[in-house]
Design a protein around this ligand. Structure first.
Ligand code: AOS
Ligand code: ZN
Ligand code: ZN
Length: 389
């Protein structure tokens, strides 16, 4: 296989998971701007996700969020999974939610009250039941747990409580299932988050075993953090389970992946390629919200941004880079990387799409499809999906 053919093959087989919540209404704590045509049910979210996959060819799975995508019972989840399959999709990562109940004011699995901890654990275990029904491999755990004031609760005891819950969930996993632990520097807790960084997530996952992996959400770091270093290290330790891609200017902005800092996304994807992480062992998910822009084309654009960063990473001339690095030629080594980054990969990706039988420009194809007008006309009445619904 020629080098270009190998790059194309890698791009064809890449899979980017879209989040069900990105299709619903979202906003900031100041205002949620509702958009016409937004899905009212998990089924309608899958209809929209199918459009993203139809036009990009690389977004075959959809992450669910419980309870935002709650259906009647376990049979309902199995039906939802069939519905997805009929549309050429599969259900992906199950996202748990132990942050939206009154009971969780002081935390969930780290809460000082054992009854609240039991309730939170019950939800996490229920999510594994749902995974059994949907055929999902991964459970994503993000905890809003933390404290706002020094002394509010005992930092170390909270780690013990966290560990206890994680072990209980781990034991419940089937042999082919995994749990993905996400970290976040701050928010909603402002003094001490219980899983604030990759080190904490890694330490817990290491103790749990091989089915526990770390999720890197690109928006969850302090400004200036070298995220690609974290990626390289986690891959080396076989502990990188997934990405939540999005981009940020300030904090957890959840803007379109690759929009604010495409160079950072390239550097991350380079470490993924370098570390052999471009496989199904790493789930490449988007975790974004489209507050003011049209949702489906924004998701398509985000998928394309990840593809572009991946294509550039795949184009890095490994031999030339290795030679320059071995000779200690700093400038030449940097130039190899920059050459790849500065390559316009849009024609290559257009070609890849045409070879897959797709239109070369997915956003234009979506616009021409009439789907946006159709959903505005048809999705009348009912309650639109959105944060907390
Ligand atoms: C929260 O900040 C996170 O990024 C999570 O990944 C969260 O689970 C996701 O946004 C769905 O609620
Ligand atoms: Zn996330
Ligand atoms: Zn986040």
């Amino acid at each position: 296989m020629t080098a270009v053919a190998a790059v194309k093959a890698a791009l064809r087989s890449q899979a980017i998971e879209t989040p069900s919540w990105a299709y619903g209404n979202s906003g900031t704590r100041f205002k949620v701007f509702a958009q016409p045509g937004v899905p009212r049910t998990p089924w309608e979210k899958l209809d929209d996700a199918a459009r993203v996959h139809e036009h990009t060819g690389v977004a075959p799975t959809v992450a669910l969020h419980i309870p935002w995508d709650r259906v009647e019972d376990l049979e309902g989840y199995a039906e939802l999974s069939e519905y997805a399959q009929e549309r050429g999709l599969r259900l992906g990562v199950i996202n748990s939610n132990v942050f939206q109940d009154e009971d969780y004011k002081l935390g969930s699995v780290c809460h000082p009250d054992p009854a609240v901890r039991r309730k939170a654990l019950g939800h996490l275990l229920e999510c594994v039941d749902i995974m059994d029904a949907t055929g999902s491999r991964d459970l994503k755990l993000w905890f809003s747990d933390g404290t706002n004031y020094p002394g509010q609760d005992d930092i170390r005891t909270r780690q013990d409580r966290l560990s206890e819950a994680l072990h209980a969930v781990y034991e419940r996993l089937g042999t082919d299932q995994r749990m993905l632990l996400e970290y976040k520097l701050f928010e909603p807790a402002f003094y001490a988050t219980d899983v604030p960084d990759w080190g904490t997530a890694y330490a817990h996952c290491l103790k749990l075993g091989p089915q526990a992996k770390v999720v890197v959400d690109t928006g969850h770091h302090a400004p200036g953090t070298n995220i690609e270093f974290i990626v390289a290290l986690l891959l080396r330790e076989q502990k990188l389970g997934a990405f939540d891609f999005n981009s940020r200017f300030y904090a957890d902005d959840d803007l379109m992946a690759g929009a604010a800092d495409p160079f950072q996304l390239f550097r991350i994807m380079y470490e993924v390629v370098r570390g052999g992480g471009l496989t199904s062992e790493v789930a490449f998910m988007l975790d974004q919200c489209h507050n003011i822009e049209a949702k489906i084309p924004a998701i398509i654009r985000s998928v394309m941004n990840v593809q572009e960063a991946t294509a550039k990473a795949l184009l890095v001339d490994g031999d030339a880079l290795h030679a320059a690095q071995s000779e200690g030629d700093v400038l030449a080594a940097n130039a190899v990387l920059m050459d790849a980054y500065n390559t316009d990969v849009r024609p290559l990706l257009a070609q890849v799409r045409e070879e897959m039988g797709l239109a070369p420009d997915p956003v234009a194809a979506y616009k021409a499809s009439g789907w946006a007008e159709k959903i505005v006309a048809e999705r009348v009445g009912g309650t639109q999906a959105g944060w907390g619904a």
